[in-house]
Design a protein around this ligand. Sequence first.
Ligand code: FES
Length: 318
Amino acid sequence: MIDVVISEHEKLSDAVLKLTLSALKGEQLPEFKAGAHIDVRVNDSIVRQYSICSAASAKDAYSIAVLNDPNSRGGSMHIHREFKAGQIVQISAPRNLFELGEHSAPVLLIGAGIGITPLLSMGYTLAERGQDFTICYLHKPAEHVAFQSELLSEPFAGKSVLIPAVNRQTTRQQLKSLIGEYQDGQHVYTCGPAGFMELVFELADVQNWPSQSLHKEMFQNDVDNSTDADKSFTLHLTKSACSVQVSAEQTALEALDEAGIEIDASCEQGVCGTCLLKVVDGKVDHRDAYLTEEEKRLHNQFTPCCSRALSSSLSIEL
Ligand code: FES
């Protein structure tokens, strides 16, 4: 983890807090590419991930925006309540699961709510490249809209489209005409709730966009990860030649931790892939949003933070 200082602390709306995290005196922050995120240590037991929303060319600081989500697991609420300007906090180096490619045709960036954050960073990069782009922000109809002033200023002025989410039918129409028929070389990047990203993909699909031109980032795993029908299973650790029992009430990650086996983890909801382990035998009950359907079918990897076993045991390379 890297120590940084909260150099700017700005409420963008009632629910959104923007933090600028700067390098300590005499130190430098690792470089990143647009679309990257960082882990932020919220307190001793909570680490959360946030997309960097600032320009990748700003070398000594990263900005993030934190939504105070009433359905959150406590991390964002704690940041809103406890994080103050001047405070030293710990973050990871940036990681990128949503990298902006090199494109020659105009790029369409479509974000909903807090999902706009990685797209802002992409917009800065595209502007610096001198590349044509449009950035669309679907937001709740409200008096005070987060990111509004940024999206109406350079380099976004004249390139941004703000859509208040009035109802699904109107949103659908507006997004459909914004996306339009596919033109050679175009790419769309989208981030937001799963249903919104599905809608963007569907509207692009009906207008002949090829799947390789569509890119999305998962903000959270919408798979319900625990059910009353969860069964216990055994993990056989092939390298250390021991077994760990995972009860119906705990995750494999918790069982491994209880057995004194520490696994790197970050999102703990099957989104980031940090905890990914190699499976050498057994059938995985995949509950993550990280692996592709094709990778899941191979049953040779699993995310112990949320996935379980379909077989009575899994042998993992550990
Ligand atoms: S910790 Fe993120 S996928 Fe498991």
